[in-house]
Write a protein that binds this ligand. Structure first.
Ligand code: ATP
Length: 315
C-alpha cells in the first residue's frame, strides 16, 4: 500500500443554513443608471425561507428538493448559491485555505417560489455565504457583504434579515424599527413574470420618474404599529408595469381588499402578491379566500420580521 504524498485531512462535517424570503413593504423606483434602477425600498424578511446543506468533500453537485424543486432552478455554476461560494473562494484565495469550498455539494430545500419576487435565489446565495464562511472558520463581514452584492442586490438584506431600508440597488441598508408581528398571506401566481421585462415596462410608463424615496409616513407607521397608516402610504412603483403584463394581479389585489386585507402589495417585481392581515385568524380567512381566487396558485401564510441567514446545524 502506498501512502499519498498529501494525505487528505479530515473532511469537515456538513453545515445546514437557513435564510429568509422577503417582501418589499414599500418599493420606490427611480431612474435607471448603468442598467440599474435607483431603488428606495423597505424589505421585510419572512419566516418562509430556504434551507441549504453544504457538504464538503463532494463533486460540486447541486440537489434541489422541497416544495418548489420542480421549477427552473439551475444546477450548474450559474446557481446563485454556487456563484456566491465561488465568489468567496476568489475573494479569499491566496490568503486563506479555501480548498474545503471547491468541491462542495449543495442541497437546496426550496420553500420560496421561484421567480416570484420573494428573493428565493438571493436567499440561497445568502445561506451559501454564511455556510461557506463557517466552513473556512469565519470571514470578515465586509468580504461577505461584497460577495453578496456581486451576486445580487437583495442578497445583502437576506444576510441581515429583520426589516430594513434598502437604497442604491437595494444593497445600502439601514435597519427599520417595527412593532409586533406582521401576518402576511403570499398569493403566488400560476405563471411567472420576468424582472427585466417589468423594469423595462416601468421605464416606458415612467420616462421621467421622481427620485426613489420611502415616505416618512411609512417608517412612522411601521415604528408605531399602525397598519392603516401603512396601507395609506406604502406602495410598489412596479405595480402598474406588472399589471400591464398580468391584469389578474389587479383582480387578485381587489379580492384581497374585499376580504379586508389591510395592504395588498406586489412583492418585488411580482407576480407574487403579499396581503397584510390584521392577525393570525384573519390571515387564515384571507388565505382560504385567496386560494379560491382565479389566478392564484397558492396562498401561503407567513410572518415577519424573520432573522437573516443563520446556521442551524454544523460543527
Ligand atoms: P427577486 O425577488 O430577488 O427579484 P425572484 O424571487 O423573483 O427574485 P428567484 O426565485 O430568485 O426570483 O429566481 C430568478 C431566476 O434566477 C430563476 O428563474 C433562475 O433562472 C435563476 N436562479 C439562479 N439560482 C437560483 C436559485 N438558487 N434559486 C432560484 N432561482 C435561481
Amino acid at each position: 500500500m502506498t501512502t499519498p504524498l498529501h494525505p487528505r485531512t479530515t473532511i469537515p462535517a456538513p453545515v445546514r443554513v437557513q435564510a429568509p424570503g422577503k417582501i418589499n413593504i414599500h418599493l420606490g423606483v427611480g431612474a435607471a443608471n448603468d442598467g440599474y434602477h435607483e431603488l428606495a425600498t423597505v424589505f421585510q424578511a419572512l419566516n418562509l425561507g430556504e434551507t441549504l446543506t453544504l457538504i464538503p468533500g463532494g463533486t460540486r453537485s447541486i440537489i434541489v428538493q422541497g416544495r418548489y424543486a420542480d421549477a427552473a432552478v439551475p444546477h450548474d455554476e450559474t446557481n446563485f448559491a454556487r456563484r456566491a461560494v465561488d465568489l468567496l473562494i476568489t475573494a479569499l484565495e491566496g490568503e486563506r485555505d479555501v480548498d474545503v469550498l471547491r468541491d462542495l455539494d449543495i442541497v437546496i430545500d426550496k420553500q420560496v417560489p421561484v421567480a416570484g419576487g420573494m428573493g428565493g435565489g438571493s436567499a440561497d446565495a445568502a445561506a451559501a455565504l454564511v455556510g461557506a464562511a463557517h466552513l473556512v472558520g469565519g470571514v470578515d463581514d465586509a468580504i461577505v457583504h461584497e460577495c453578496a452584492v456581486a451576486v445580487g442586490a437583495d442578497v445583502a438584506f437576506l444576510l441581515r434579515g429583520g426589516t430594513a431600508i434598502g437604497q442604491g440597488r437595494g444593497e445600502l441598508l439601514s435597519p427599520v424599527l417595527t412593532r409586533g408581528t406582521f401576518h402576511w398571506v403570499m398569493a403566488t401566481s400560476t405563471s411567472p413574470l420576468s424582472t427585466p421585462d417589468v423594469y423595462a415596462r416601468f421605464d416606458e410608463l415612467n420616462p421621467d420618474p421622481a427620485p426613489a424615496a420611502v415616505p416618512d409616513q411609512v417608517l412612522k407607521a411601521l415604528a408605531a404599529g399602525e397598519p392603516d397608516t401603512l396601507a395609506e402610504f406604502a406602495a410598489n412603483d412596479l405595480t402598474e408595469a406588472a399589471v400591464s403584463f398580468m391584469p389578474e394581479i389587479a383582480e387578485i389585489m381587489e379580492a384581497g381588499r374585499d376580504a379586508g386585507a389591510v395592504l395588498p402589495l406586489l412583492s418585488g417585481s411580482g407576480p407574487t402578491i403579499g396581503f397584510l392581515a390584521r392577525d393570525a385568524h384573519h390571515a387564515l380567512d384571507l388565505a382560504v379566500l385567496l386560494q379560491a381566487t382565479r389566478g392564484v396558485n397558492e396562498a401561503l401564510r407567513t410572518t415577519g420580521p424573520a432573522p437573516g441567514a443563520h446556521i442551524v446545524d454544523g460543527d
